[in-house]
Write a protein that binds this ligand. Structure first.
Ligand code: NAP
Length: 280
């Protein structure tokens, strides 16, 4: 018989972590499904990360999420990394296995793709060209999932072109690159525009882009959720585009993590969305 404690503990390892909405999500689900457990925040400075990871299995925790600045750093410190996470080069979820070993996943890209499908079920990654703004960690996860799920053309547009070219060499033919100065031409004919830069986040300048060339049929997804409507999403909504903010990604990456830790694939309900919105 398993020696996994009945009261399940999971949490978020990051530095800092105080801003996270993940406790609201997972604790809501624990309560809703009557599962004894708790999801909590673990502020872990980089130099304590190896000890913190050893603690996961020593304490028989179910696992954890991983956020900035540890998403890459955990990779060599865990026993096994799922192929998609390896391709992305970052882990956002760790599951403690029955034998105490640690397995890492990255659900961010799939969470983003699912959030777009939740908003427009007829959309598929191969519906039409996709423009991704940004080439950092989040963009990498989004591009990886889009490519794996059949996207045929992903135009990566990044301020530092070399980082976009790196994504092109990693993910091959579906990926093309567009210099930042030509970002508006990258919008022509797309079915999806994804903002994976940090521009438009609370405290940062708005994303500097005009939407005239964006088809009105395109869905616009912003990975940012603070504020819930970025200036990009407001401008897109005003001209009739369907818009999706980063809460969809956050919620959809959380579902498979919760399932792996607690054995139930949880639902995203209006009540849960209201609980998160109440934190803004
Ligand atoms: P990152 O690795 O630091 O990448 C930041 C990106 O923003 C880079 O592509 C960078 O371009 C670009 N950028 C920064 N300043 C810019 C400027 N002035 N003009 C144009 N581009 C600029 O960050 P990340 O981890 O990928 O995160 C990106 C965004 O996704 C953040 O807003 C984050 O909050 C969000 N995110 C949301 C979730 C969620 O759960 N919803 C999960 C993960 C990330 P350069 O390469 O030229 O520097």
């Amino acid at each position: 018989m398993s020696d996994t404690p009945a009261f399940g503990i999971a949490g978020l390892l990051g530095w800092p972590v105080a801003h996270s909405r993940s406790p609201v999500i997972h604790n809501h689900w624990l309560e809703r499904y009557g599962i004894p457990g708790r999801y909590t925040l673990f502020p872990v400075p980089p130099e304590r990360l190896p000890d913190a990871l050893k603690g996961l299995s020593a304490l028989r925790m179910r696992g954890c999420n991983v956020t900035t600045p540890h998403k890459q750093a955990v990779m060599p410190l865990i026993d096994d990394v799922d192929p998609l996470a390896r391709k992305i080069g970052a882990v956002n979820t760790i599951v403690v296995q029955e034998d105490g070993s640690l397995r890492g996943f990255n659900n961010d890209g799939n969470g983003f793709v699912q959030s777009i499908r939740d908003a427009q079920p007829a959309w598929r990654p191969d519906t039409g060209p996709i423009a991704v703004l940004g080439a950092g960690g989040a963009a990498r996860a989004v591009v990886a999932s889009l490519a794996v799920q059949g996207a045929r053309e992903i135009r990566v547009v990044n301020r530092t072109l070399a980082r976009a070219v790196e994504l092109q060499s990693l993910f091959g033919p579906p990926v093309t690159t567009v210099p930042w100065d030509e970002r508006e031409t990258a919008l022509e004919g797309v079915a999806l525009l994804a903002n994976a830069t940090d521009q438009g986040m609370a405290g940062k300048p708005s994303l500097d882009i005009r939407l005239e060339r964006l088809p009105q049929t395109a869905i616009v997804g912003d990975l940012i959720y603070t504020p819930p409507e970025t200036p990009l999403l407001a401008a897109a909504r005003a001209r009739g585009n369907v818009t999706v903010n980063g809460l969809g990604l956050l919620l959809n990456q959380a579902r498979p993590a919760f399932n792996a830790w607690f054995g139930v694939m949880p639902e995203i309900t209006p009540e849960l969305i209201r609980a998160i919105e109440a934190t803004f």
